[in-house]
Design a protein. Structure first.
Length: 358
C-alpha cells in the first residue's frame, strides 16, 4: 500500500511511520507543517528508506494538498495532524479551530476529489482513517462518585467535550462521518486513550515529570491529582492504527485503550519510584511533588472499552503500564539531546492554560 499520513512528525504519527517502515512493505508519505510539536528528528532513520517521502505541507493549504495527492497517489490516508494539548487550547483556541476543524475539512475535500478520479476497484479499497481522542466523550463518573461497576467509553457513547481541544476534535469527527454519509466517502474513525512513550513532546504529563524530576524542578500536579486516565503505550497504538486502516470496516468507529486506569498522582509517584532506582540521588524524587490549582474544566476520568478492537480485529495492548513506563523513562534518559532540540527555546515547560481574570 501507499499510505499518506498527516502529522507524521508528531508523537503518534512518527510512531505509526516507524511501525510501518519496520514491519511492512508499505510506502509512506508524511505530510506535516512542522509546528512546535512536530520534529523530523523523531524519524531520523526514515530517510534511509526508499519507501518514505516527506512533504512540508500545512493541511489547511488546499493547493499543496492537491499536489501531494496527485504526486503520491495514496491508497489510504491516516489523518493524525492536529493541535492536541488541552492547556494550549485554553490559552489560544483559534489554532485548534483552524487546524482541527478547517484543516480536517480541507483534507477531506482534497482526498475526496482525488478519490473521485480513481477506478471503481481503487475507490472500493481506498480508506480515509481519522484518528481522534476519547476526550470527545467528556468525562466518566469517578470511583468516589459511583457505586458498583464503573462505566467505560464505548463506540456508542454520546459526545460531550469539555475543552476547546476536545470540542475541535469532536467537530472533526462529525465532519468525517458526514462525508461518509453525504458523499459515500470511505471513512473510519478511531478514538484513543492517553498515549505515552518515546518522542513525546515535554508539555505532556509523563515527559514533563521525567525531565523536571531530573533537573530538580517541581513536579506540578493539578488539584488533588485524583483525575483518572487510561494509559496506552504509543507503539501499541501504532499497531492498532495499522490494523484499522488495513482491516477495519468502512463507516465503523473503533475505540483504542490501554487497559491501564491510573490516577495522575499514581503516575507521577510511579515515575519517581523508577527514577529512584535508575538515577538515585540523596533525596527521593517524590519530594519534588507540588500541588497547583486545577485546570479549568478538567475532566475527572477517562476509560475506554476496547473490546471491539479485540473481538473484531484481534488487537490487544502488549505493554503493561509498568513495562511501558519503564521503557519510556529509559528512553528519555538516553535521549536528552532530542528533548533539548524539540524545546528549542520556545517552550521551557512553563504552565499553560491558566485563565487570567481581571
Amino acid at each position: 500500500m501507499k499510505i499518506l499520513i498527516t502529522g507524521g512528525a508528531g508523537f503518534i504519527g512518527s510512531a505509526v511511520i516507524r511501525h510501518i517502515l519496520s514491519n511492512t512493505q508499505d510506502s509512506v508519505t508524511n505530510v506535516d507543517a512542522l509546528t512546535y510539536a512536530g520534529n523530523l528528528e523523531s524519524l531520523s532513520n526514515a530517510d534511509e528508506s526508499e519507501r518514505y517521502y516527506f512533504e512540508h505541507v500545512d493541511i489547511c493549504n488546499r493547493t499543496e494538498l492537491d499536489r501531494v495527492f496527485n504526486t503520491h497517489k495514496p491508497d489510504a490516508v491516516m489523518h493524525l495532524a492536529a493541535e492536541s494539548h488541552v492547556d494550549r487550547s485554553i490559552t489560544g483556541p483559534a489554532e485548534f479551530i483552524q487546524t482541527n476543524i478547517v484543516g480536517t475539512y480541507t483534507l477531506l475535500e482534497a482526498a475526496r476529489e482525488y478519490w473521485n478520479t480513481l477506478s471503481n476497484d481503487a475507490k472500493k479499497s481506498f480508506r480515509f482513517h481519522h484518528i481522534s481522542t476519547d476526550e470527545v466523550y467528556g468525562d466518566l463518573p469517578h470511583p468516589d462518585e459511583q457505586e458498583g461497576e464503573l462505566t467505560l467509553f464505548t463506540e456508542e457513547t454520546s459526545y460531550a467535550p469539555s475543552s476547546p481541544y476536545s470540542a475541535s476534535k469532536a467537530s472533526s469527527d462529525h465532519l468525517v462521518r458526514a462525508w461518509l454519509r453525504t458523499y459515500g466517502f470511505p471513512t473510519i474513525v478511531t478514538n484513543c486513550s492517553n498515549n505515552y512513550g518515546p518522542y513525546h513532546f515535554p508539555e505532556k504529563l509523563i515527559p514533563l515529570v521525567i525531565l523536571n524530576a531530573l533537573e530538580g524542578k517541581d513536579l506540578p500536579i493539578y488539584g488533588k491529582g485524583d483525575q483518572i486516565r487510561d494509559w496506552l503505550y504509543v507503539e501499541d497504538h501504532a499497531r492498532a492504527l495499522y490494523k484499522v486502516v488495513t482491516e477495519g470496516i468502512v463507516g465503523e468507529t473503533y475505540n483504542i485503550g490501554g487497559h491501564n486506569e491510573k490516577q495522575n498522582i499514581e503516575v507521577v509517584k510511579s515515575i519517581c519510584s523508577i527514577l529512584d532506582t535508575l538515577v538515585p540521588k540523596d533525596s527521593l524524587y517524590s519530594e519534588q511533588i507540588t500541588f497547583v490549582a486545577d485546570r479549568p474544566g478538567h475532566d475527572r476520568r477517562y476509560a475506554i472499552d476496547s473490546s471491539k478492537m479485540q473481538n473484531e480485529l484481534g488487537w490487544t495492548p502488549e505493554e503493561t503500564f509498568e513495562s511501558g513506563l519503564r521503557k519510556t523513562i529509559e528512553w528519555y534518559l538516553v535521549n536528552q539531546l532530542w528533548c533539548e532540540n524539540v524545546q528549542n527555546g520556545s517552550y521551557q515547560r512553563e504552565r499553560l492554560g491558566e485563565i487570567k481574570h481581571k
